[in-house]
Each structure stands twice: as structure tokens, then as C-alpha cells.
Ligand binder design. Structure first.
Ligand SMILES: Cc1cc2nc3c(=O)[nH]c(=O)nc-3n(C[C@H](O)[C@H](O)[C@H](O)COP(=O)(O)OP(=O)(O)OC[C@H]3O[C@@H](n4cnc5c(N)ncnc54)[C@H](O)[C@@H]3O)c2cc1C
Length: 146
């Protein structure tokens, strides 16, 4: 952050980037943990501290450095292992939104899903120990929970 500020880039909870990951300097792009991104699908700024975002944003920024005007539209995603629980999460459940959590399955069985529902549609979803489920969960984002 100090480096970005010293370079004169606009910063506010990270380095501010537009939908194409361009900073306030048209010749500088920022990705990953440091980038506070104007997400075109979520329609809000998000700064995501997960591997997937750092990897996928870098691909889009590289294209744009070469002259493309690609927007970064991928939803936030992470995986993590916590002892005997492996989980993947996709979407964005805003802390300031009126969101309810719906559990699918029985957590005591060790394999289940959680959906964050806001405004009647799925904002985010997560599975625990249900590998292979994340694509199906991803497709449910933005739709009513069935
Ligand atoms: C303990 C821990 C566990 C995590 N577990 C998960 C997980 O399970 N799943 C997941 O998705 N994500 C996880 N993360 C988050 C993930 O590691 C980060 O989102 C990812 O590494 C971000 O990549 P990045 O390239 O944006 O930043 P970084 O990986 O932090 O890379 C930034 C690099 O810039 C260097 N740097 C900083 N300042 C300067 C400077 N002035 N000059 C030169 N170099 C500089 C740093 O040394 C660093 O090497 C975890 C993070 C931590 C700390």
C-alpha cells in the first residue's frame, strides 16, 4: 500500500481499480489481495483475499496490459481445509446486506451445504466435504434457491 501511495495511485482499503483492473494510472494494473475492485457483476467494490482471485485477476490484467479491455467478472471463490473439513465457497454475501443462511443437509453427518440468500436470490453458497458440488452451487448464484 505504501508503494502504491508513493506512486500516486488512488487507494482506499487497497488500490482502487476499475472493472478492467486498471488503477487511477492508466498504465498500472493491480490484482489480488491489494486490489479494491469495482466488480461489474456484484455492482460494488470488493477486495478479495483468496488465491483464486489473485490467479484469475492476473490473467485478465495481463490481457488488458496487451491492449484488451476485458472486465473481470468472476465471482469470489475460495477453498480451504480445516482439520477433517474441506470446503469451497463461491459468491459474495455482503456483511451489510439483509442475508439469511439456509443449510441443506445435516451438518452432523459431516457433508452439507450453506446458502446465503439475499433479496430472494442466492448471493453465495458453500459446500463442506462435497467435492464436485461447487459448479452446481456456482450456477445457483443470482437465482432463487430451489
Ligand atoms: C495463513 C494464510 C492462509 C491462507 N489460506 C488460504 C486458503 O486456504 N484459500 C485461499 O484461497 N486463500 C488463502 N489465503 C490467502 C492467499 O494466500 C492470498 O489471497 C494470496 O496469496 C494473494 O496473492 P497476492 O499475489 O495478491 O499477494 P501475496 O501472495 O501476498 O504476494 C504479494 C507479494 O508482494 C511482496 N511485496 C509486498 N510489498 C512489496 C514491496 N514494497 N516491494 C516488493 N515486493 C513486495 C510480498 O513479499 C509478497 O511476496 C491464505 C493466506 C494466509 C496468510
Amino acid at each position: 500500500m505504501a508503494l502504491a501511495e508513493a506512486a500516486g495511485l488512488a487507494v482506499d482499503n487497497g488500490v482502487l481499480v476499475d472493472a478492467t483492473l486498471r488503477t487511477s494510472d492508466p498504465f498500472v494494473y493491480a490484482v489480488g489481495d491489494v486490489a479494491n475492485h469495482d466488480h461489474p457483476v456484484l455492482r460494488r467494490r470488493v477486495r478479495v483475499e483468496h488465491w483464486d482471485t489473485a490467479i484469475e485477476q492476473a490473467k485478465v490484467a495481463a490481457q488488458n496490459l496487451l491492449g484488451a479491455e476485458e472486465r473481470y467478472e468472476r465471482l469470489p471463490y475460495f477453498f480451504t481445509d480445516q482439520y477433517d473439513l474441506g470446503m469451497e465457497y463461491v459468491g459474495y454475501a455482503a456483511a451489510d446486506a439483509d442475508t439469511s443462511v439456509v443449510i441443506s443437509g445435516d451438518p452432523s453427518c459431516g457433508s452439507w451445504r450453506a446458502y446465503w440468500v439475499s433479496g430472494g436470490v442466492v448471493a453465495a453458497g458453500m459446500h463442506v466435504n462435497e467435492w464436485g458440488a461447487i459448479d452446481e452451487i456456482r450456477e445457483q448464484i443470482g437465482h432463487p434457491l430451489t
